[in-house]
Design a protein around this ligand. Sequence first.
Ligand SMILES: *Cc1c(COP(=O)(O)O)cnc(C)c1O
Length: 384
Amino acid sequence: MSTFLPYGRQWIDEDDIAAVAAVLRGDWLTQGPTVDAFEADIARLTSARFAVAFSNGTTALHAACAALGLGPEDEVITTPITFTASANCVRYVGATPVLVDIEAKAATIDPARLEAAIGPKTRAIIPVHYAGQPARMEEISAIAKRHGLAILDDAAHALGATVGGSPIGSGRFSDMTMFSFHPVKHVTTGEGGAITTNDEKLRDALRLFRSHGITRDPARLHAPSPGPWYQEQILLGHNFRLTDIQAALGRSQLGKLERFVARRREIAARYDALFQPVRGVEPVGRLEGTEHAFHLYVVRIDFAGLGKSRAEVMIALRERGIGTQVHYVPVHHHPSYADRGWGPGSFPVADAFYAEALSIPMFPAMQDADVDRVVSALVEVLGV
Ligand SMILES: *Cc1c(COP(=O)(O)O)cnc(C)c1O
């Protein structure tokens, strides 16, 4: 029996381990120079002016909503096909998430439906680059400009992707971009996240919120400083910091990003070719003018037409050593969102997508033979 293929996994080498060990032998376990260096690396790789590291992608989103000054009077638009953190961050600051359905082709937020959802309380849009496919950022940013809205893009899946020739995170089409360094994402710090931005004020607000809302900056103190111990908490922040131990792993991993993303694209191209003749299995579509980062490889399977349930297909694949997952249970299906009057059926394109989606193994250490094995197993299990 060959090894089990999960739907995604990290790739850690001895040099990553050595980089972490070196920090453990040094003076700074947290709030030291490795976090600064990691932030500089992220900024360079995304062509952003600034990057601010966080304890995870969710705290990064929370801080970004706070940095935008969002509160109970405000609404923020996002997509139902995402991890719930993309909508939860709006609730953390007391604001209200509003969902706009996806477009069928690439399962990202549908710009054609966006404008109708914008009202007097709308302040921001959180597009999600689902699976690593950049959302239609040029159209979304044009709409945001017309209505004076901020854009915070959720790029947890999209480190290494480009849109209109610019890296995701560059700030060309958004005010802030969030990345996650959870082990299943492109590069990992165990837990970790970051926001990139070109706006110095937003950068400062993110840093302040990340560390309790406490500052020593003489320009921001309310009282004159009585001595070198003095600091002030000027707003209610959190401890959302990343450690130097994690940043060391992140720096080492970022050095491999280009190779990891290139390999993900090769795997995707191989899957695409192998699925071409297969009836009832359709890779999720791609958008023009973008380079996909393939965090996930998602296919749509006509389970109803093929007379198979998704659960039985997943179980049969697991018996053949192949892990799969469904990304995601839509935001509007979760009981924690039921009080908004949403439920299954509220967003029909997203619901149709959810009924057919399956994420199959995609990680850079996969061999070509692994890809072939996944496709043959799926064809066998589906009987197509
Ligand atoms: C992973 C993920 C997040 C949250 O990141 P964490 O680092 O796990 O907190 C947010 N949005 C999406 C789409 C994600 O996939």
